[in-house]
Design a protein around this ligand. Structure first.
Ligand SMILES: C[S@@+](CC[C@H](N)C(=O)[O-])C[C@H]1O[C@@H](n2cnc3c(N)ncnc32)[C@H](O)[C@@H]1O
Length: 231
């Protein structure tokens, strides 16, 4: 039986390593974990959600697809009430504020034995900055498109010596170097958003305007590389 998985969630699965023990936090329907088990990628899945309804639905789906014996279900706000014996944490389909509050509440995740797969729906620059401030670093970043939306998916590890520049919080170096076919489209969207921010600040005579103008200039410097004119 084939699972109805979006390109976004398939891209998250692409960062899971063979035999990983996966914790899918905010699992909702549970399809990500079920796909990983059906395809022999993950060895076990902790499916967790803060709401009982989604958790029940994940359990029903696990049963329907015959993978219940490799799944554990946890009603938990973030990772507060889940077992810590996993390799890879997935947080997908959530906004930056929720992801940041989940990671802030679990300093034990600051350990090189864990890898985090994050797919953030909003305020990605804030999330990237927060990750580096907290000692995490982006190892790889990729893109996926469903309908008209282009999503970014990050693989994050604990690496406290690393830093990120302001422009990289908008478009990470890892994504730039990925040469992903969706990169030009993603770049255009990021640039459009940043241009609107700068225009708004200009009208409001915001004191932070020079900072954002400089980020936009730095971003535009990458244009040749993004469109393949440079190596
Ligand atoms: C939009 S759905 C995303 C589901 C799935 N991960 C995906 O990407 O398709 C967000 C899910 O996260 C759950 N959620 C929200 N805040 C949470 C938290 N603090 N801890 C655990 N789950 C949370 C919601 O109940 C919901 O099921």
């Amino acid at each position: 039986m084939k699972i109805p998985l979006s390109n976004r969630l398939l891209a998250c699965c692409g960062y899971v390593r063979p035999s990983d023990r996966v914790a899918d936090v905010g699992c909702d329907h549970g399809y990500l974990g079920i796909h990983l088990l059906l395809n022999g990628i993950a060895s076990s899945v902790i499916a967790s959600d803060v709401n009982q309804g989604p958790l029940d639905s994940a359990r029903r789906n696990g049963e329907k697809y015959g993978v219940l014996n490799h799944m554990t279900f946890c009603l938990s706000d973030g990772v507060k009430d889940i077992p810590q014996d996993f390799d890879c944490l997935v947080c997908a389909g959530m906004g930056a504020d929720t992801i940041i509050s989940i990671l802030s509440a679990a300093p034990w995740l600051k350990d090189s034995r864990y890898r985090l797969i994050l797919q953030c729906q909003s305020k990605r620059p804030e999330l990237r900055q927060w990750l580096y401030d907290a000692g995490y670093a982006i190892e790889r970043e990729t893109l996926a498109k469903d309908g008209k939306f282009v999503y970014s998916i990050m693989e994050v590890v604990y690496a406290p010596e690393q830093s990120i520049s302001p422009v990289e919080t908008y478009l990470s170096r890892q994504l730039l170097e990925s040469r992903h076919p969706l990169l030009p489209e993603y770049y255009q969207r990021v640039k459009q958003g940043l241009t609107l921010t700068v225009e708004g600040m200009r009208r409001a005579q915001d004191a932070q305007l020079p900072v954002y103008e400089s980020i936009l200039t730095d971003l535009e410097r990458w244009e040749d590389k993004i469109y393949g004119n440079c190596t």
